[in-house]
Ligand binder design. Sequence first.
Ligand code: NAD
Length: 477
Amino acid sequence: MTQHFINGRQTAGRTGETMAVLAPATGEEFTRIACGNAADIDDAVKAARAAYEGAWGKLTAAERGRLIARLGLAVLDHFDELALLEARDTGKPMAQAKADIEACARYFEFYGGAADKVHGHIVPFLNGYSVNVVHEPYGVTGHILPWNYPAQMFGRSLVPALAMGNAVVLKPAEEACQTALRLAVLASEVGFPDGAINVVTGRGHEAGAALSAHPGIGFMSFTGSPEVGKMVQIACAENYVACTLELGGKSPQIVFDDADVDAAVPIVCKAIVQNTGQTCSAGSRVLVQQGIYDEFMEAVAGQFAKLRAGTPEMDLDCGPVINAKQRGRVQSFVDQAREAGIPVIAEGQIAQGVPNGGFFVTPTLFGPVPRGNRLEQEEVFGPVLAAFPFSDEEDAIRTANSTAYGLVASVWTKDGGRQQRVSKRVRAGQVFINGYGAGGGIELPFGGTGKSGHGREKGFIALEEFAVTKTIVHKHG
Ligand code: NAD
């Protein structure tokens, strides 16, 4: 049984109600978590406010940065414990869990160092005036996060907010919140004041909805589905509160006929297979120029056919997906595509000996997928790659921009002019030329457009998201 973490203490919450959390690899109960409600959220927001007005808010930027960096070191000190916890909670292969904890630690290193480097600026104005532009914390920020990368998301969403001086309240996903709770306890152990970091677990429509609607929140950071993101934004609007939304994508990997095929093929596969396809920035569409389509897809098929899904301990290419609902969702895409007669180019396998109750799906490569099909337009959030041939540069850009999403894209070509033209016209918050980076890249501004959401995370830009810009105009003659 794991409890909320409010005001520096573990607590069962107001009702004591709990819910089961299943291990995705077995389908069996792994632990129970507290079901937070509006009163628990209110307690957490009040604790955060008190910390902001008290011990946490009084720290200098350098002191905040040092505490954040210290927590990053604690993450590394507890590396194996956190990786194991993450793997059991999410079902991900151990290698992925370790990469996630490493990335989590990087957020603390990066923003620990950045905390005292947020400088304002001076604006030259009229004679007799001095103008300073400064960045101030909101006070209390809210964070609602998904289950796919719990530890990394903690780093990505909470740490820049803390670095700016905000106190935070997190509602992690009910499916996987163990590492977030552990990080909050570690934070307390390394010296974070009570109330600086609060974690309330529970259901989205209860604890999540209460957090997004709480008038004591100054800014909201949401990662998850477009449907819930819209609800969170509406709730924020009622309180005139701004939010960032990170809502996933249908990211294209565009391969021109002059691409380095040997370099592209493994990366194209990894971009969809990583974390069993449960990555907002997964490269879930591969667009290949007609002249090399057959050759390229044959090479991708060779890699796909070798893919294996297994338990965290087996540490194969994929794990299970998070739960039965998600498995049903992924399977419905696969079944509908098969029924529609879309060719299966290759399939991986579920490894022998996985537990019967685990939520495993078979990695599947479809193509050519008809334009407008569900596999082109909707996020699967599983290891399913859809292939599309294209004729020329215009067709490539049109196809890449044919969905409502716009998160990440890659362009594979040796032609320098084309690299620039396509990067500029493709609708995405990040474009990789001759590469792909799903996850990681703490230094790189990241975020979407359209149905992928808005606002930017990672890099220095994320610090400004969690700050109010104030212009101080001094008329002194
Ligand atoms: P979700 O949007 O339902 O859940 C994300 C978070 O929002 C969780 O913490 C959840 O408890 C909370 N939440 C749910 N309802 C809420 C409400 N009414 N008010 C406030 N908070 C609420 O996502 P999901 O069910 O976990 O996954 C569904 C789909 O979302 C996936 O299939 C995938 O397409 C997408 N997804 C995207 C990302 C991403 O990183 N962009 C991550 C996970 C899921």
